[in-house]
Ligand binder design. Structure first.
Ligand SMILES: CC(C)(COP(=O)(O)OP(=O)(O)OC[C@H]1O[C@@H](n2cnc3c(N)ncnc32)[C@H](O)[C@@H]1OP(=O)(O)O)[C@@H](O)C(=O)NCCC(=O)NCCS
Length: 177
């Protein structure tokens, strides 16, 4: 299996795939994961209704800074992707296999991913989700996220310094509007 095992307090095994990995291997891992998402999850993750062929093409072109995978019951069940957008800034997307949603995997992976990105020197993490994506909005609310509504979408920005403060036990700053 590709990727380095991470030592972390996360209750699930995690694997990190980054620029040192074979990109074609990383893309094939993404392809398998994208295919495990049902129609609703695809819409929430990709803000549209991509066909399986379109998802395959997205995976084939993906060039993430890093991918963090969460393993449960012997297989990858959740994936966090991070794409560097400009120095210090990263765009993040997360998805959990349909049958494993609502069991805490997303929260565990998201928090580990933010800490990892902060430790790599990124200052902000941005996400975009649909307004109806209450699970994702719950996830980001604890990270002091700033939210901006735009049509049916929510643009989310997280200050990663606050995330590290939180993990170290300091009071996180208030979430801006
Ligand atoms: C969004 C997603 C990553 C969350 O992962 P998850 O494993 O299902 O969520 P968790 O079980 O860790 O729960 C995270 C939080 O959301 C809440 N939550 C979970 N499912 C929910 C639902 N259907 N409705 C409302 N809240 C929900 C949980 O109570 C929890 O909040 P808390 O920790 O403050 O109590 C997952 O549902 C998913 O992959 N969805 C489809 C793809 C997607 O939406 N990606 C995001 C766009 S980038």
């Amino acid at each position: 299996m590709p990727g380095a095992a991470l030592l972390s307090p996360c209750p699930y095994p995690l694997r990190l795939l980054d620029e040192h990995e074979d990109l074609s291997l990383l893309r094939s891992q993404l392809k398998v994961h994208y295919r495990s998402l049902g129609p609703r999850s695809r819409r929430l993750r990709f803000l549209g209704e991509p066909s399986t062929e379109a998802l395959d093409r997205l995976a084939d072109r993906a060039d993430p800074e890093l991918v963090l995978e969460l393993v449960e019951e012997g297989a990858v069940r959740a994936v966090l992707e991070a794409y560097a957008t400009s120095p210090g800034h990263v765009e993040v997307a997360i998805s959990v296999e349909d049958g494993y949603q609502g069991r805490g995997l997303g929260r565990a992976l998201f928090e580990e991913g933010l800490v990892l990105l902060a430790s790599r020197g990124f200052r902000t993490a941005d996400l975009v989700c649909l307004r109806e994506n209450t699970a994702l909005l719950h996830l980001v609310s604890r990270a002091g996220a700033r939210l901006r509504m735009e049509g049916g979408e929510v643009h989310i920005s997280i200050e990663l310094g606050q995330v590290l403060d939180h993990v170290r036990g300091a009071e996180p700053g208030p979430a801006a509007q």
